[in-house]
Design a binder for this molecule. Structure first.
Ligand code: PLP
Length: 373
């Protein structure tokens, strides 16, 4: 069976060059980067070259990049540090954030009694910036955490504008850039952002590697105690091969950004046209969404909701209902709950997310698969 992967917002296939790079590092640079002998030094060189390469691609300084195992880990650390060390008393976020943010904020509210405000989400899926300004105008040391690209519907935040507003109100700004890093230009030299987070597996790198960007001058406390790795902020021997794979993946994503973005945008447009042609009553969830994510409300009855993914999977086609962590559940998505009507929320929605490895034939197969339901 020819398998078709259209769930690239959940994770992406590794590029061959990334696998080659990791294999090379596993073989040639197995030393512990904290060792002072030549084996350790060569592993340390891989680590620091990777850090510089990642920093350069996003306009950061190498010292501002802290390697983690995932974006979830980075977000937990940053938000907790903001409350416990930077004395943030209030967090402003939105109800459409990833659970990595939402559950961390909820837990901080329980543990530290901080105030939490939710900025309104417009019908199109975007953040209501006027409401954000309103919320920011009432005092207290505040951190704003809003995602750049929503992983379920692909709505896009104007980071530049939101960052500027946050800083005008003396609030810190944390932006979850998991879905946008490697897929759009990010220049932290110009963006008014204090923290961002990323996960390598979203841009054709390995799982188990991510990073936090912490703007120079912000003092962080360690997330783990132990050795001096990551300037003592994250003790534990570094996963050198995964970090090298992440740096390679980011480098290639930016080298090929223009051509891959154009190829993926064409695929999304083709998919949307085919869906509308074959299912005239289909609705698109969200407006002006990111070029690799298409979320649609299918004109099928509610009782088909649970069956659709299963039926497509039987045909070798992988799509999802929302974020990977909730795709197995028939519970309505917390993101769609913010933008759909009561009636529509229980109807079947599908997230189709593309990469440059997809083809128009993949989309034709998806349409055939859906027609057979
Ligand atoms: N934020 C967003 C927007 C995501 O899409 C994801 C993963 O789906 C995460 C955070 C968490 O990433 P990870 O599971 O790699 O830590």
């Amino acid at each position: 069976m020819n398998k078709i992967y259209l769930d690239n917002a959940a994770t992406t296939p590794l590029r061959q060059e990334v696998i080659d790079e990791m294999m090379l590092v596993l073989k040639e640079n197995f030393g512990n980067p904290s060792s002072t002998h030549s084996f350790g030094r060569s592993a340390k060189t891989v680590l620091e070259t990777s850090r510089k390469s990642i920093a350069k691609r996003i306009g950061a300084n190498a010292q501002e990049i802290i390697f983690t195992s995932s974006a979830t880990e980075a977000t937990n650390w940053i938000l907790k540090n903001a409350v416990s060390e930077l004395k943030v008393e209030r967090i402003i976020t939105s109800k459409v954030e990833h659970h990595a943010t939402l559950y961390t904020v909820k837990n901080l509210q329980k543990e530290y009694g901080i105030e939490v405000d939710f900025v309104s989400i417009l019908e199109c899926g975007s953040v209501d910036v006027t409401h954000l300004v309103d919320l920011l105008s009432k005092g207290g040391k505040t951190l704003v955490t809003l995602m750049h690209v929503n992983n379920e519907i692909g709505s896009v935040l104007d980071i530049e504008k939101v960052g500027r507003i946050c800083h005008q109100h003396h609030a810190l700004f944390h932006c979850d850039t998991v879905q946008s890093i490697g897929k759009t230009e990010i220049n932290l030299q110009e963006l008014p952002v204090d923290f961002i987070v990323a996960s390598a597996h979203k841009f054709h790198g390995p799982k188990g590697a991510g990073f936090a960007y912490v703007k120079k001058g912000i003092i962080m406390q360690p997330m783990f105690y132990g050795g001096e790795q990551e300037k003592g902020l994250r003790a534990g021997t570094e996963a050198v091969h995964q970090i090298a794979g992440m740096a390679k993946a980011l480098e290639l994503s930016y080298d090929f950004l223009t051509s891959e973005r154009s190829c993926i945008s064409d695929l999304k447009e083709y998919c949307q046209k085919q869906l509308v042609a074959n299912f005239p009553d289909i609705k698109i969830n969200g407006k002006d969404t990111f070029y690799n994510i298409l979320n649609v409300l299918l004109p099928f009855s509610e009782d088909k909701t649970a069956m659709i993914l299963f039926n497509l999977d039987m045909k070798g086609i992988a799509v999802s209902r929302g974020s990977a962590c909730q795709s197995g559940s028939v519970k309505p998505s917390h993101v769609l709950a913010e933008i759909l009507t009561e009636d529509d929320i229980n109807k079947p929605s599908l997230r189709i997310s593309f990469s440059h490895y997809n083809t128009k034939e993949d989309i034709d197969s998806l349409i055939d698969g859906l027609k057979g339901i």
